[in-house]
Design a protein around this ligand. Structure first.
Ligand SMILES: Cc1ncc(C[n+]2csc(CCOP(=O)(O)OP(=O)(O)O)c2C)c(N)n1
Ligand SMILES: [Mg+2]
Length: 700
């Protein structure tokens, strides 16, 4: 097909529509060219799709891009970021401050488009939530966007079910659109998420699949021949097709079909031509991920009937056209919503108050009043058990604390057992217990999506399977979303299940991730304190790491209070006069072992200190004087005890310290045998402490 034919085969584009579409295309091409890197081809192909959706359908007010009932647009093909940036620019979306006040300036001025991919530009390589207003979620790792969109759609259903009332059925009725490509479709996470979306019959969810048959290595025939339509029909989706991405009529018809489909999600498969209009690069992988080049751009612009030498050109009337379309419609909808929220507040003051707090990430008054205290108990209970109690006590007072597990709620003890909590299902979108199925990766992305609509989600599983969801968890951290991850079965403590189920390097993995708060509490009262800290986080995801096996509940009359947890590490037991010869540092299940060793050492006249260190991240942000009061620099004899890799521990023990750890995979056996095999017993800790003392004395 010659380019001319392709170009003129767009029969239904009206003049102003065409001008707007071509503005999006040329801004995208020029942005990538100026950056000398990026992905021009897909924005060129999908400009009409995005234009049709935004201009005719999206219920979005560019003047208030955080209006809670706005439709969400997710660019799952994050590499096509210039498509989104061009739209944000042309629709004059306003910038929003971090505390959600809408500011006067535009989010993406033309200068930002010109500075695509440059330091500090509002237009980074891939769209970043919390950096560019109008970006609903960070995308780039393929598949994450679509999976997150399922979480947004789930969150919307939950909000509707809880807060909509007769006469206020439209309080929450927004739709979620996600634009995806071959890459998203190939990634397993999209299958997990689509399967759940179909199961839950999320009729507010629409994915638009750019079926261009091109990925980086070439034609999709290299690796992808499945029948996507049949696959999605199998998931229970409504599947429709648009044979030409330039056909605005057909696109509009597909979006109308989506809006009138009330019993399942919709997939719109759109056939497009990557690099549309570029004479030498259209339909080739060459249009995917590199600038077209000045000459090819000139020729493409010629094909569009565009001034060939103009760059970043926005013809007269384009801004105004968007103002009259999405701008006007969005503002009317948004203003009407806010007008009615006043009536809602009068009729349902408590629900309105809940919504206000939730949307501002605040907690209800008295949210922590029922959190339990646990009496000292040498046998104690597993931290997953105490966590269940604390979680339920918190959930009682925080109605939007909702979540579930990847088929492991009975093991992770994460069920909300409060009366009426219910199960989230197609029949009951108000349920607070979620069944994500055995889909860890999608669960993480779905939690992100739920958090993006401001409910407080938690997700649970065995710690070992964090491996399966690291991609999503990383985006929680990158987006600064306060998602709560509850991971149990945190060590060789799982015993007989063996090395496939025994985390070793996982604590180190989590500690290495920026922006994440991990807490591994030592007993039931530390669990309570951990939840307290976690629930008050606004901009960080938390990972709570819990045991399967019982841990003694430390006698706080003899040892320091658990409230020390909030500072990440604290002196639990100390030498007389606060003058230790050696410091024992433990986390989680190893803290009680350190205490036992401490008592033994005390009997022998050795001055030891026990530091419980449930969270490196919380400790590292304390001021220096606190940190040095816990770990005095002069005390070099130090022993860390943790049933995991020692990776990173020398940061606290020094290169001459001792790390009692596990350097191999685990083994299948009863826990007692394992603890002996790996050296987690009092004798070993005592011996290590003494050896540290003599080693450092000799040196000193
Ligand atoms: C998880 C993940 N793996 C690999 C990549 C690198 N990558 C970026 S775009 C791309 C090809 C995507 O093809 P497609 O979705 O069809 O986009 P198109 O080329 O059609 O724009 C790849 C492999 C990525 N961004 N994310
Ligand atoms: Mg493709």
């Amino acid at each position: 097909m010659s380019t001319a034919t392709v170009f003129s085969s767009s029969p239904v584009l009206q003049t102003m529509d065409l001008t707007c579409v071509n503005t999006i295309r040329t801004l995208s091409m020029d942005g990538v060219q100026a950056a000398n890197s990026g992905h021009p081809g897909t924005p060129m192909a999908l400009a009409p799709v995005a234009y049709c959706l935004w201009q005719q359908f999206l219920r979005f007010d560019p003047q208030d891009p955080v209006w809670p009932n706005r439709d969400r647009f997710v660019l799952s093909i994050g590499h096509a970021s210039m498509l989104l940036y061009s739209l944000l620019h042309l629709t004059e979306v306003r910038a929003v401050s971090k505390d959600y006040e809408t500011l006067g300036e535009v989010s993406v001025p033309l200068d930002s488009l010109k500075a695509f991919r440059q330091l500090d530009s509002r237009c980074p390589g891939h769209p970043e939530y919390r950096w560019t207003s109008g970006v609903e979620t960070t995308t780039g790792p393929l598949g994450q966007g679509v999976a997150t969109s399922v979480g947004i759609a789930i969150g919307r259903q939950w909000l509707s079910a809880r807060y909509n009332r007769p006469g206020f059925e439209d309080l929450f009725d927004f739709n979620v659109y996600a634009l995806c490509g071959d890459g998203c479709m190939m990634e397993g996470i999209s299958s997990e998420a689509a399967s759940l979306a179909g199961h839950l019959r999320l009729s507010n969810l629409c994915w638009i699949y750019d079926n261009n048959h091109i990925t980086i290595e070439g034609n999709t025939s290299l690796a992808f021949t499945e029948d996507v339509a049949t696959r999605f029909i199998g998931y229970g989706w409504n599947v429709t097709r648009v044979g030409d991405a330039n056909d605005l009529e057909m696109l509009a018809r597909a979006f109308r079909t989506f809006r009138s489909t009330k019993d399942r999600p919709t997939l719109i498969i759109v056939d497009s031509h990557i690099g549309y209009g570029a004479p030498h690069k259209q339909d080739t992988s060459g249009a995917h991920g590199e600038p077209l080049g000045e000459e090819e751009i000139r020729l493409a612009k010629r094909n569009y009937g565009w001034p060939e030498d103009k760059k970043f050109y926005v013809p007269d009337g384009v801004y105004d056209h968007f103002r009259q379309g999405i701008g006007k419609r969005g503002k009317l909808l948004r203003d009407a919503w806010f007008a009615r929220i006043g009536d809602y507040r009068k009729q349902y003051p408590e629900l309105a108050e809940e919504l206000f707090r939730m949307q501002h990430r605040q907690l209800p008054e008295g949210w922590d009043r029922d959190l339990p205290e646990f009496p000292a108990d040498p046998i104690g209970l597993a931290t997953r058990e105490s966590s269940a109690k604390v979680l339920n006590a918190a959930a009682k007072n925080i109605p939007w604390l909702i979540g579930g597990a990847a088929d492991l709620a009975p093991s992770t003890k994460t069920r909300i057992t409060l009366e009426g909590a219910g199960d989230f299902s197609e029949e009951n979108y108000a349920g607070r217990n979620f069944h994500f199925g055995i889909r860890e990766h999608a669960m993480g992305a779905i939690l992100n999506g739920m958090s993006l609509v401001k409910v407080r989600p938690f997700g649970a599983g065995f710690f070992i399977f964090v491996d399966y969801m690291r991609g999503s968890l990383r985006l929680s951290a990158l987006m600064e979303l306060p998602v709560i991850y509850v991971f149990t079965h945190d060590s060789i403590g799982v015993g007989e299940d063996g090395p496939t189920h025994q985390p070793i390097e996982h604590l180190a993995h989590m500690r290495a991730m920026p922006g994440l708060i991990m807490i591994r509490p030592a007993d039931a009262n530390e669990v309570r304190e951990a939840w307290k800290v976690i629930l008050q986080l606004h901009h960080a995801p938390a990972v709570l790491v819990l045991t399967r096996q019982a841990l003694p509940t430390i006698d706080r009359a003899n040892y320091a209070p658990a409230s020390g947890l909030a500072r990440g590490a604290y002196v639990l037991a100390d030498a007389p006069g606060g003058n230790p010869e050696v410091i024992l540092i433990g986390t989680g299940s190893e803290v009680s072992l350190c205490v036992e060793a401490y008592e033994q050492l005390k009997k022998e006249g050795v001055r030891a200190r026990v530091v419980s260190m449930p969270s490196w991240e919380l400790f590292d942000v304390q001021d220096k004087s606190y940190r040095e009061s816990v770990l005095p620099p002069r005390v070099k004899a130090r022993v860390s005890v943790e049933v995991a890799s020692d990776f990173g521990w020398s940061k606290y023990t020094g290169s001459e310290g001792c790390n009692i750890c596990i350097e191999t995979f685990g083994v299948s056996a009863p826990l007692k045998q394992l603890l002996k095999k790996f050296g987690f017993n009092v004798e070993n800790v005592v011996a290590a402490a003494k050896s540290q003392i003599s080693q450092h004395q000799t040196k000193g």
